[in-house]
Design a protein around this ligand. Structure first.
Ligand SMILES: Cc1ncc(COP(=O)(O)O)c(C=O)c1O
Length: 398
């Protein structure tokens, strides 16, 4: 199929929800992707922070292929050894007692919301859930409600009730909104979709302490920040906070769809039999993939070796503050954002980088988001920095 035919099929048959780049990807290897014309791109998108081992990682590919031959899917009505091995490894690595496995970030957050509501029910009755303005937690109706996009809220009204929001990084507002009818708080430590916006250390530590003192559940969405993205397995480890619930997806199984909702023993045992479920969640293929990803990160040392690369990335990016059309440079580890002033569309920079063989992606607020595989190499970061410098040095903003 040639490029035009591929585009035409999408235009005619796919629901019109994606604005796609003019690029047809064919295969990947290491940290690079190749289009149908054989052009190579160093990948700083990684399927949006998902392909944390890059492409065709030998051990991972072998594990997945072996599992495909052995058993892809069976009902959760039965036990499988691989699911058992994986949940043990995941709980040991994260320090949580209980987990529910699903297929995406939205589903993991939907599970977190249901679990919190079930917990409220078991402890005296319904309570509200507080989330941050500009947050992104998914696209199901409940997760859309805790996502700070007013435009989408009005399109899909009526939305489920029982939610409220607080101003990003504003502790006074948070404190004022944490009224007695609030039973849980849900946030990302770094808001990814709205342009890589980290909460301050002070905000997170104080918000957590206040929640603990009031018996309010602290739910952290680590769908994008988790699995080593910021230099620790979970980003909350940077702040010394221990949430009641954490959600994971994206990188958890290296590109095979999977999500997880983790909880402490008290909260994680709130569901009753039949309260929640999933046909595909935690099936043998996803568990084998996720188990290998976690093994490579921990026993294999990728978590340890990628953390300094993330710091190096930050140091190299800081150099771009010399350009006055850069509004801000943010992020942690291998989750970085460069925000441009309004007059300079980030999409134009994205296009110029693609011409030079680098894939990056635009997130909210005119920001280039950089979330490469955790296997990215220093030389590949140096290559991106040189290409970006070349693009920016020849950019004139009037
Ligand atoms: C922080 C966060 N939560 C939830 C989601 C939703 O994940 P999914 O697209 O897998 O449903 C995303 C997706 O970008 C995300 O970044």
């Amino acid at each position: 199929m040639n490029f035009n035919k591929i585009k035409e099929a999408e235009a005619v048959h796919y629901m019109p929800v994606f604005s796609r780049d003019n690029l047809v990807l064919d295969h990947g290897n290491g940290n690079c992707l190749y289009d149908i014309n054989g052009n190579e791109y160093v990948d700083f998108v990684a399927g949006i922070a998902s392909n944390i081992l890059g492409y065709d990682h030998p051990e991972y590919t072998q594990t997945v292929c072996e599992q495909v031959h052995k058993l892809i899917h069976v009902s959760n009505h039965y036990y499988t050894a691989i699911q058992s091995e994986y949940i043990t490894r995941l709980c040991e690595a994260t320090g949580f007692a209980r987990v529910f496995l699903c297929n995406s970030g939205a589903e993991a957050n939907e599970c977190a919301i249901k679990l919190a509501r079930r917990y409220f029910k078991n402890h005296g009755g319904p309570k509200r859930i507080l989330s941050a303005e500009r947050a992104f937690h998914g696209r199901t109706l409940a997760t859309l409600t805790v996502t700070g996009n007013e435009n989408q809220h009005s399109v899909y009204a009526p939305l489920p009730s029982g939610f409220a929001s607080f101003k990003y990084n504003d502790f006074d507002d948070f404190k004022a909104k944490l009224t007695d009818d609030v039973g849980a708080v849900m946030l990302e430590t770094i808001q990814g979709e709205c342009g890589v916006r980290p909460f301050s250390n002070d905000f997170l530590v104080n918000a957590y302490a206040l929640c603990k003192s009031k018996g309010v559940l602290f739910i952290v969405d680590e769908v994008q920040t988790g699995m080593g993205r910021t230099g620790k397995l979970l980003s909350v480890e940077h702040f010394g906070v221990k949430p009641d619930i954490v959600t994971l997806a994206k990188g958890i199984a290296g590109g095979i769809p999977m999500g997880a909702c983790l909880a402490n023993e008290d909260v994680g045992t709130a569901f009753a039999l039949g309260d929640h479920g999933s046909t595909f969640g935690g099936n043998p293929l996803a568990c084998a993939a996720a188990n290998k990803v976690l093994e490579i990160l921990t026993d294999g040392g990728l978590l340890e070796s990628s953390a300094p690369i993330g710091e190096y990335f930050g140091e190299r990016l800081a150099h771009f503050s010399k350009y006055n059309f850069i509004a801000d440079i943010r992020g942690k580890g291998l989750m970085r954002g460069i925000q441009f002033i309004e007059k300079l569309p980030a999409a134009a920079i994205e296009g110029k980088l693609r011409e030079r063989g680098y894939l990056v992606n635009v997130a909210g607020n005119n920001t280039i988001r950089l979330v490469p595989p955790l296997t990215i190499e220093k030389e590949q970061i140096d290559g991106l920095i040189a290409a970006l410098d070349d693009v920016l040095a020849s950019t004139n903003v009037i």
